[in-house]
Design a protein around this ligand. Sequence first.
Ligand code: NAP
Length: 285
Amino acid sequence: MQNKQTKICMVIGDPIKHSLSPKMHNAGYKFLGIDDEFFFSSAKIPKDKVKDFIKAMRLVGFRGVSCTIPNKVEVMKYLDEIDEIAQKIGAVNTIVNNNGVLKGYNTDWLGVVIPLEKILGSGGLEDKNVALIGAGGASRAIAFGLKEKGAKVTIYNRTLEKAEKLAKELKVKFASLSKIENVKNADIIINSTPLGMGKYIDETPVPKEFLHKNQICFDIVYSPEETKFLTDALSKGATIIKGKEMLVYQGLEQFKLYTGKNLPFEVMMGALKTKNLTIKNNMLK
Ligand code: NAP
């Protein structure tokens, strides 16, 4: 039961209706017995309303705000402080209100690095050849995280100019999606395009013939839970990581920033299991 002292957190984006964040965070509050202290909601905030929303955040004193499409870059203009990593990535997905001082963070990169290091061990990304497919918002944080951990990253993208721009910024390699056969030489392949979901449900960015058992294949698409890319990878004996893991690991880091508490992985993951993850169009957390 909420009361006057309840700290409000929320996710803002547009669209927002299908966001899984309220479910993930509220399950955590309940598990830790702090659901009278914290409550997590959502609000549809388009990009041109972000400035007004931040004013309201200060006025009302919301404790934390998660940002999703299209607000991760826009919101940076209105914050008091931005953590060094979020600055380097160029996007904020988490805002913490500490007694009126709003500070922006980015936890998206951890959503990819943590599950990979769980398999490879700490430091295990060093010198690994990673093929990152896609050069959009998610790829930016992922490429940063991989580079930070010493991996050798090549960004493959449909629109070569976009891959080139991002690759030059982050000082990694780039290639056209038409050269995808080169992923044969990659230790890790990450799909960060919508191929495999929604209208692309039967598609994969990597033909099966280029996959093999020594690879780790990570699809950040989480609806459906197992995409065609992952089904193909499994059939070749590769190790797979599902998009839900990224969703949960980045969420656990946000949870820690909002509450100061660690939450077991299984609690947030369990909250997702109770929800039908079939999401129309290209919906994000
Ligand atoms: P975005 O900024 O719109 O970027 C989309 C990327 O996919 C671009 O590089 C685009 O290439 C490429 N793409 C789109 N349609 C394509 C097609 N038909 N064929 C080949 N490439 C195509 O999107 P985003 O924010 O990076 O998100 C990408 C995906 O990641 C979404 O499916 C989203 O649901 C998922 N995601 C998951 C999590 C998680 O926590 N698991 C977090 C964030 C995002 P062009 O440059 O050529 O347009």
